[in-house]
Design a protein around this ligand. Structure first.
Ligand SMILES: Cc1cc2nc3c(=O)[nH]c(=O)nc-3n(C[C@H](O)[C@H](O)[C@H](O)COP(=O)(O)O)c2cc1C
Length: 334
């Protein structure tokens, strides 16, 4: 095995191998729970294998590995998008080996041609997208953009339910219940602080400059700094024009979790393409009582995988979370 970054070997590789290696590196930009980036890529000839990195699983927040799998699904969609964006057609087998449940996907390059415009736009969005926890602008989200987000989820085998204004209070209740449960659990607080308190220069975890502002919101965001000094100032309610949505699937198996991640990536990249901002909300999935409230909101239509806050971006700089290098996550066989 060699690392993809070895320049002479990289030159000797076939175009499909090179494209897969580049796509795997580009997939590092995918969103992941606590920016844990819980994936590894192994590439040989015209096939890339996406594997779970269980050493990076959040054992308290995500004991079943559902959010790890959703995160890997997002990386899978990013890689597929990167390949489509340069004109490579692929065939993907998801969870192809029952005896090897950590092998999440095999991507095979089957053809090379001209990139399609839609794929190029989403590929560009990969470089621009960030989780945006800043208050949104007081501007309505255009309904055609929301339609596109719903279609993006459907194309990946999942669904996006945009909540009616009268349903947002139930999502808020779920978020409050989730925070109440998690923040009183010392194991949760330790796991959160391990991933939010990374040393300077770390290439994973959530940096403090990307955290939510203290303003009151219709649905409270995860408190990423529960031990921090409380802000004594009073603030106006922000996010008054935010839309809230639940990404859900028809069944609740690891294949669905992976599809939910692919759909999450597709929705977020489409939102970026529509010049919208978004942030995932998953504490409402992590705590069973909160997740049941989301099931009630869906009224039996399916299984909630993650909630989303969507809006028109606010002002000011948007901080980015760092990523591990390609050499840390991608192996290319010679
Ligand atoms: C499955 C999943 C769950 C997430 N849950 C939350 C969450 O509850 N709250 C939050 O603020 N961000 C959440 N995020 C966003 C991640 O923290 C974010 O993707 C990561 O820090 C990397 O930052 P980026 O999206 O800006 O690249 C979630 C992302 C994923 C994929």
């Amino acid at each position: 095995m060699i690392q993809f970054t070895e320049p002479r070997a990289a030159r000797q590789q076939r175009p499909a191998t090179r494209a897969l290696a580049k796509a795997a590196v580009a997939a590092g930009r995918a969103p992941s729970i606590f920016n844990s980036q819980p994936w590894r890529w192994c590439i040989a000839d015209d096939v890339a294998q996406l594997r779970a990195d269980r050493d990076r699983q959040l054992t308290t927040v995500d004991p079943d590995g559902r959010l790890l799998t959703v995160s890997c699904g997002a990386a899978l969609h990013h890689a597929r998008t990167a390949l489509a964006g340069v004109g490579f057609a692929t065939h993907v087998d998801r969870l192809p080996d029952p005896g090897d449940p950590d092998l999440f996907a095999r991507i095979r390059v089957v053809d090379a041609g001209e990139p399609q415009r839609a794929a190029v736009r989403l590929q560009l969005a990969m470089a621009l997208r960030h989780t945006d926890r800043r208050p949104f602008a007081d501007v309505e989200v255009p309904p055609p953009a929301l339609r596109r987000l719903r279609e993006a989820a459907e194309e990946q085998g999942a669904h996006l339910r945009i909540l009616r204004p009268e349903d947002v209070v139930t999502l808020a209740a779920a978020a409050v219940a989730a925070a109440g449960t998690e923040l009183t659990d010392p194991l949760y607080r330790a796991e959160l602080s391990a991933w939010t308190g990374r040393p300077a220069g770390a290439r994973d975890g959530i940096p403090p400059e990307t955290a939510a502002h203290p303003e009151p919101r219709p649905v409270p965001l995860r408190n990423l700094d529960p031990g921090g000094v409380p802000d004594p100032a009073t603030h106006d309610v922000v996010d008054r024009y935010a839309c809230y949505a639940i990404l859900y699937t028809d069944t609740d198996t690891p294949v669905d979790w992976l599809a939910a991640g692919e759909a999450l990536s597709a929705v977020l990249l489409t939102a970026t393409d529509e010049r919208l901002a978004a942030s995932p909300i998953s504490d409402v999935i992590e705590v069973p009582a909160a997740r049941r409230l989301l099931c009630d909101l869906l009224d039996g239509a399916g299984y909630p995988m993650v909630a989303l806050r969507i809006g028109v971006p606010g002002d000011g700089p948007l901080a980015a979370a760092a990523r591990r290098t390609g050499a840390e996550v991608v192996d290319v066989a010679t």
